[in-house]
Design a protein around this ligand. Structure first.
Ligand code: GTP
Ligand code: MG
Length: 150
């Protein structure tokens, strides 16, 4: 099964949404294989969002993501990368459907509550390696796995 990197951003932590967001992925059937409550430093932020370094919003994005603690996670499951993106909604909460995380919890593009790896080849692996050491990711079976998958 596939793994993806997910992070509750500083706004989500401050607004008390960590538990709700974790619950959504758990209930969906995705398996938590890593989790870390942490503060991102400037170097890590610039590396993580390197693809956006030439965009006009880059400085604000780095300031925001380093402005308070985040909850970083790795979730595993069938098509985990795409499933998490679907559950997140669109980049802009204003365009996100109700029922999605951004559509339920956000209003503003620059405060969109959650990050999840995009579906581009290699993105999830790159982000997982950036945030987690190999021994921080746990291999185990969830008791409901035979009921989740055919
Ligand atoms: P992430 O999961 O955070 O990577 O969001 P995403 O993959 O849905 O969007 P993308 O990678 O394109 O952009 C990264 C982040 O930059 C977004 O989550 C937004 O918070 C912010 N962002 C993207 N586009 C804009 C923009 O046009 N203006 C502003 N102010 N912020 C933007
Ligand atoms: Mg992105």
């Amino acid at each position: 099964h596939e793994r993806t990197f997910v992070m509750v951003k500083p706004d989500g932590v401050q607004r008390g949404l960590v538990g709700d967001i974790v619950a959504r992925f758990e209930e969906r059937g995705l398996k938590l294989v890593g989790g870390k409550f942490m503060r991102i430093d400037r170097d890590l932020a610039e590396e993580h969002y390197g693809e956006h370094e030439d965009k006009p919003f880059f400085d604000d994005l780095v300031s925001f993501i380093t402005s308070g603690p985040v909850f970083a996670m790795v979730w595993e499951g069938q098509d985990a990368v795409a499933q998490v993106r679907t559950m997140m909604g669109e980049t802009d909460p204003a365009e996100s459907a109700p029922g999605t995380i951004r559509g339920d919890f956000g209003l503003d593009l620059g405060r969109n509550v959650i990050h999840g790896s995009d579906t581009e080849e290699g993105s999830a692996e790159r982000e997982i390696d950036l945030f987690f050491a190999a021994d921080e990711l746990l291999d185990y079976e969830r008791v409901d796995e035979t009921w989740l998958y055919e």
